[in-house]
Design a protein around this ligand. Structure first.
Ligand SMILES: Cc1cc2nc3c(=O)[nH]c(=O)nc-3n(C[C@H](O)[C@H](O)[C@H](O)COP(=O)(O)O)c2cc1C
Length: 388
């Protein structure tokens, strides 16, 4: 256990940008979440204060192939800066090419790399959370990204899990290797791939990594199970990590960032919006997302997954809930919003865990994957990625 953290005295996290140091203050980062952290969602979160907001993950290969959908996925929101993009690649050359493209075309200010995906269709091919086990391949990918980003002054960071399973943890070695290669920070979601979202993020492992990386001077960001401003403070206090990464806690609750800013500044204030206010956020989310997709139909389809999160804990008739989950136009949404009866925020339920809770399972790996960690694996799977 690290000594207690005094709110208001938490050091900002420095992101070394080409234009100078950017202070992430307080050191709170929106986690990349595939299918969620697009520009509209980031805008809603950014408006609540806090530091840095990472894009949905895009595959490096899709980026260099200039697939229109991928190019749209890295577009910043209005006034968004620094622009932070998460890349996924299993190939050092493809990673290098993607980072170079981002640098040459000034497409982002910060690049994060995904080594945490536990989804079977990715780990089956050796990607995501399975990849750091092949230590030479991991170092080659990280090294090529850092090297390619350097001439453009773009900081590169990595995000990882503990490893494949409790018998094959990789985070200590992989994080040290990434630190030695020059990443700006290491973010740790302290679960193994086998755990998926089961159990609790192992904050003690975050503390161990903080100690392990201390001699390198590279900060560790902690991730997993922050549902309130106080949780954010507790993670810093218990682990000594330099900042926190927020995923599921802000689903349907972008104001969690406001609570985190308050908690980190020592202000005792928790935002508890009435349903009338949540209604306005839902409407704004809809407008932003329709504009982003340039399609009312597509935007509303994408919005559906957020509806249950916004309404979680409120007293809403099940038929009305169902209709929110099938919304297909802005006028339909507005009509549904008018049918919501105003009520106070359901504090007891609203602050409980939300989003994915999938149970653990054995990780599917390529044949013989665990035989030799030094083998320079040759894998091809970037098209298979779907986030996570
Ligand atoms: C819907 C969803 C999509 C995700 N997509 C990604 C991703 O693309 N890249 C990534 O590194 N992590 C991804 N994650 C993992 C989160 O970034 C985060 O590590 C995880 O949710 C644990 O943090 P939390 O407890 O705050 O949610 C995803 C998580 C969820 C719930």
């Amino acid at each position: 256990m690290v000594s207690a953290t005094t709110p208001g005295s938490i050091t900002p996290l420095t992101l070394k940008l080409s234009s100078g140091d950017f202070q992430i203050s307080p050191p709170v980062v929106l986690a990349p979440m595939a299918g969620i952290t697009n520009a509209p969602f980031r805008t809603l979160c950014r408006e609540q204060g806090a530091g840095l907001f990472v894009s949905e993950m895009v595959t490096a290969r899709a980026l260099i192939e200039r697939r229109p959908e991928t190019l749209r996925m890295i577009l910043p929101g209005e006034g968004e800066w620094p622009r932070s993009v998460q890349l996924y690649s299993v190939n050092p050359d493809v990673m290098r090419a993607a980072v170079t493209m981002i640098g040459r075309e000034d497409l982002a200010d910060h690049i994060d790399m995904n080594f945490g995906c536990p989804v079977p269709k990715v780990t089956r091919k050796g990607g995501g959370a399975a990849l750091p086990y092949k230590r030479r391949l991991f170092s080659a990918i990280v090294g090529s990204a850092v090297e390619a980003a350097a001439p453009f002054g773009i900081p590169v960071t990595v995000k990882m899990r503990l490893g494949i399973d409790s018998d094959h943890e990789t985070y200590m070695e992989a994080a040290k290797s990434a630190a030695d290669l020059g990443v700006n920070w290491v973010a740790l979601h302290a679960r193994t791939a086998a755990q998926m979202y089961e159990g609790k993020s192992d904050w003690e492992a975050i503390a161990r990594l903080v100690d392990h990386l201390k001699p390198t001077g590279v900060p560790v960001l902690g991730n997993g199970d922050i549902w309130s401003g106080d949780d954010g403070l507790a993670m810093i206090s218990q682990t000594g990590c330099a900042g926190v990464v927020i995923g599921r806690g802000c689903l349907g609750r972008p104001w969690l960032f406001r609570d985190l800013v308050n908690a980190f500044n020592g202000v005792q204030s928790k935002h508890l919006p009435r349903l009338s206010e949540v209604r306005q956020v839902m409407n704004r989310h809809a407008e932003l997302i329709v504009e982003y997709f340039q399609s009312e139909e597509r935007g509303c389809r994408d919005l559906r997954k957020h509806m249950a999160w916004y309404l979680k804990g409120f007293r809403v008739p099940s038929e009305l809930r169902r209709q929110f989950g099938m919304v297909s136009s802005l006028s339909e949404l507005r009509n549904l919003l008018l049918q919501l009866t105003d009520q106070p925020y359901p504090e007891a339920i609203g602050g409980l865990p939300r989003g994915r809770t999938s149970h653990g399972r054995a990780v599917t790996l390529p044949d013989g994957w665990l035989n030799d960690p030094d083998e320079l694996a040759d894998i091809e799977l970037e098209d298979a990625f779907s986030g996570g």
